[in-house]
Design a protein around this ligand. Structure first.
Ligand SMILES: CC(C)(COP(=O)(O)OP(=O)(O)OC[C@H]1O[C@@H](n2cnc3c(N)ncnc32)[C@H](O)[C@@H]1OP(=O)(O)O)[C@@H](O)C(=O)NCCC(=O)NCCS
Length: 162
């Protein structure tokens, strides 16, 4: 696929959001409410996608949203989003969520998610993306290759009516 404006680096889309869990964010079990985390993930992914495509983007789908651990009141939560793959009008965005230890600054992964975001025009219709992506590190290349596999799974699921 050719992109008229060349490639951007994955680093160009990286978006980090830090939250302190407040009472309004927790559920009846004093844990971070999953819906709130999904909101933060969607926001982080949206910003990463817009940084890559240089325009507006909407979330088409979320997959592989896995809650590995809980988070609790007064925890520091860090979300890091980055574009991992670029198609014609769509982008795959990975969002990793961590709880940051206050004493050590160490980050423990609590969730990771893949979202598909679509570049849209002013009428909300899919619009071709003008920038490709240039995976540089081994991890970025592995993500890019993994994305091809995930995309074919999504296509299969779409064909099956999911
Ligand atoms: C996102 C939206 C504009 C896509 O419109 P559409 O007519 O379905 O678009 P297309 O069929 O042309 O597909 C657009 C892209 O999405 C991809 N796509 C469509 N369905 C898909 C699916 N089930 N799984 C994975 N990718 C899919 C297509 O492959 C295409 O990507 P590509 O151009 O990189 O190949 C439209 O579905 C929409 O407006 N959805 C609501 C978005 C929204 O309100 N989100 C919440 C708030 S942000």
């Amino acid at each position: 696929m050719s992109y008229p404006k060349g490639d951007k680096r994955i680093a160009d889309s990286v978006t980090e959001i830090t939250k302190l869990i407040q009472y309004r964010d927790i559920n009846g079990q004093n844990r971070l409410f999953g819906g709130r985390l999904m909101e933060w993930i969607d926001e982080a992914a949206g910003v990463a996608a817009m940084r890559h495509c240089g325009g507006n983007a909407v979330t088409l789908m979320v997959d592989s949203l896995k809650f590995k651990h809980g988070a609790f009141i007064n925890d520091i939560v860090v979300l890091i989003a980055k574009v991992t793959y670029v198609g014609r009008t769509s982008m795959e965005v990975r969002v990793d969520t961590y709880v940051e230890e206050k004493e050590t600054g160490l980050r423990r992964a609590i969730n990771h998610a893949y979202l598909t975001c679509v570049h849209v025009d002013e009428d909300g219709r899919p619009k071709p993306i003008e920038y490709g992506i240039k995976p540089e590190s081994i991890t970025e290349k592995a993500e890019w290759e993994g994305a091809q596999k995930r995309i074919s799974i999504r296509k299969q699921r779409k064909a099956e009516g999911y």
